[in-house]
Design a binder for this molecule. Structure first.
Ligand code: SAH
Length: 252
């Protein structure tokens, strides 16, 4: 049974960090919210745009580390929605990419609650833009893979043979710990050791860092990562100017 009198929960993607990568739709939802339940990956600039009287609930989770269990997050979400408050469930990047969105939707539906989804910019889109690249290109790659380095069972198995083809581009999320494994699998499936790989850490944040590597140096490069990072396999950085500083200069 649904409760049409209760406002729907809004699932929203915050983008990878900076305010310039937040959509207007999500911005407006945050202005209207009474409760915002957010993850660790939501950027400080976005959190700063949430009005002071909104109740913020941080359910931040760390890959492989201490975490709020998904069951507890689901419970919190349902309990908040049942109070009748306007709830925004805010996730880093696009809420529909590696965001465990369906588990939360299932919990709401089981409680007879309704929801809407406002997607955000996913980390790979902004990472590619910030190294001056496009994710697809005529004559180079007609498809794009978005994969995770690990899943619930450990290192994730992927279509290594497909990924290893010349010109293919794969955005690897949560790939720090699995970098050596990914490197080995790709080499085993015939990928060239000189294939460019770009690691972009803290995308869209003031401390963004770009590491240009190749398949041969991928594992070493990944060891230098501290923050969240997207690994763009098959792309070398080009010389884009950082969009954020351009924006700030234009405003100055
Ligand atoms: N929903 C998110 C992905 C969540 S999974 C999105 O669409 O972007 C978590 C992984 O996303 C991280 O391990 C990292 O690979 C990537 N990620 C998320 N935000 C990032 C950021 N600001 N910089 C670099 N990588 C990021």
């Amino acid at each position: 049974m649904t409760h049409p009198i209760l406002p729907p929960v809004t699932f929203a993607g915050a983008g990878p960090g900076g305010a310039q990568h937040l959509t207007l739709g999500v911005y407006h939802a945050l202005q209207r919210a009474e409760v915002v339940i957010h993850d660790r990956l939501v950027g400080a600039e976005v959190l700063a745009l949430i009005p002071a009287d909104v109740r913020l609930i941080d359910v931040g989770k760390q890959g492989f580390g201490p975490s709020t269990s998904q069951a507890l997050i689901n419970e919190t979400l349902v309990a908040q929605a049942q109070t009748g408050a306007r709830v925004v469930r805010l996730k880093g990047g696009d809420c529909g990419i590696f965001g465990r969105l369906d588990e939360e939707i299932d919990a709401l539906e089981a409680a007879g609650l309704t929801y809407a989804i406002l997607p955000g910019l996913t980390a790979a889109s902004v990472a590619a833009a910030n190294v001056g690249q496009s994710l697809t290109r005529r004559g180079r790659n007609a498809s794009l893979r978005i994969v995770t380095g690990h899943d619930m069972a450990g290192f994730a198995d992927q279509d290594w043979r497909g990924m290893a083809q010349v010109g293919e581009v794969t955005a690897i999320y949560m790939g720090k710990k699995s970098a050596r494994f990914v490197q080995g699998r790709l080499m085993m499936h015939g990928a060239g050791v000189q294939t460019p790989v770009t690691l972009v850490e803290n995308v869209s944040r003031p401390n963004q860092r770009v590491v240009a590597a190749t398949l041969a140096t991928l594992a070493e490069a990944a060891q230098t990562l501290n923050g969240p990072a997207v690994i763009l396999y098959g792309l070398a950085p080009r010389h884009a100017l950082p969009a954020l500083s351009q924006l700030k200069e234009a405003q100055a």
